[in-house]
Design a protein around this ligand. Structure first.
Ligand code: PBG
Length: 343
């Protein structure tokens, strides 16, 4: 026994006076106690995997701005859906890179029952019936200008766009889509889609509203992935929410829920954790975040440079969504995380 411990440690009394005997570090002292008091957990059941589809066969092209993410033709997409199902990932979300020749001013190819999104849904449903399929009805992959709506005289027209995506939603449901996820932010779209789905016998097809989609710089790599980067002129500020606004996010969500949304989504994710928490507290409905392409690429780029531990940053960012109140997360990391959680 040395002198320090034999006599009264000189500083213990003064520290206890400060802490009042409450020492939060007691529960942090070992792995077992940290696990015991952990509040939020990430599970494979929280994951939705967004994938990119292209026409053709045998195509698997890495997206330069998203290392580890590929555009895949249907044969590969089906295989990847099988892998995802085996890993226990509940659902995938499909996004098309449409042939440039098929894109036009109004995005009319979205109304082709045999476009690659609908073909992908049918192929995946047939091969992997146990995985959920989420399809977006925004027009941006189908328009020659990369906007989510129909452009007339420099204006994205609301009601005509809603009519078009409503018809597209019915075609997607007829192809086997389980959840329609409109990401276009037109007013009134949720109610219109709900009515059309119901009228066509698709009462069981759900709607995940991109209730709060912010005008954001974090979508850059996605636009390369679906080929809208070179097409888009101007920005999407006349339809996406100003990223300075939080009350408006609540109003938008309230409206979408009143119109029949089954689940809501906040997009992008990490810069908007305050919105997620606010919406979860306010509405208590299934709430999701989309960890978008820019968020993915930032982690990948920093990790490739050796500046951060990529795996740890990935897990920390995903757990942050759970802590903020998310029921699930759309993330390009889904298969990697699922594999890790399994291991
Ligand atoms: C547009 C759409 C966007 C994303 C998916 N659908 C945004 C945009 O291009 O403006 C972004 C997804 C991502 O960044 O991962 N309807």
């Amino acid at each position: 026994m040395n002198k320090m411990t034999a006599s009264k440690p000189f500083s213990s009394r003064s520290v206890d006076e400060i802490t009042g005997g409450c020492r939060l570090r007691r529960m942090r002292k070992a792995d077992w106690s940290r696990r015991l008091v952990q509040e939020s957990r990430l599970s494979v059941d929280d994951l939705i995997w967004p994938i990119f589809i292209v026409d053709g066969k045998g195509r698997r092209e890495e997206i330069a701005a998203m290392p580890g993410v590929f555009r895949m033709s249907l044969d590969f997409a089906v295989k990847e859906a099988e892998r995802a199902a085996k890993l226990g990932i509940p659902a995938i979300a499909t996004f098309p890179n449409v042939d440039m020749n098929l894109r036009d001013q109004t995005g009319s190819h979205i109304l082709d029952a045999d476009n690659i999104i609908n073909k992908a849904t049918r192929a995946i449903k047939q091969a992997v019936p146990e995985i959920g399929i989420i399809t977006d009805v925004a027009l941006d992959p189908f328009t020659s200008h990369g906007h989510d709506g129909i452009l007339r005289d420099g204006v994205i027209v609301n009601d005509e766009t809603v009519q078009q995506i409503t018809a597209a939603a019915v075609l997607q449901a007829a192809s086997g889509s389980d959840i329609i996820a409109p990401s276009d932010m037109m007013d009134g779209r949720i109610g219109a889609i709900r009515d059309a789905l119901d009228a066509n016998g698709f009462q069981d097809v759900a709607i995940m509203s991109y209730a709060t989609k912010f005008a954001s710089a974090f979508y850059g790599p996605y636009r390369e992935a679906v080929g809208t980067a070179g097409l888009l002129k101007g920005d999407k500020k006349t339809y996406y929410i100003d990223h300075a606004n939080s009350d408006e996010a609540v109003r938008e969500t309230e409206q979408d829920l009143a119109e029949g949304a089954d689940m809501i989504m906040v997009k992008p994710g990490l810069p908007y954790l305050d919105i997620i928490r606010r919406l979860k507290d306010e509405f208590r409905v299934p709430t999701f975040a989309y960890q978008v392409s820019g968020e993915y690429s930032m982690i990948k780029a920093a990790s490739a440079n050796g500046w951060i531990d990529g795996e740890k940053a990935m897990l920390e960012s995903l757990l942050a969504f759970k802590r903020a109140g998310c029921d699930g997360i759309l993330t390009y990391f889904a298969p990697q995380v699922a594999q890790m959680l399994k291991g």
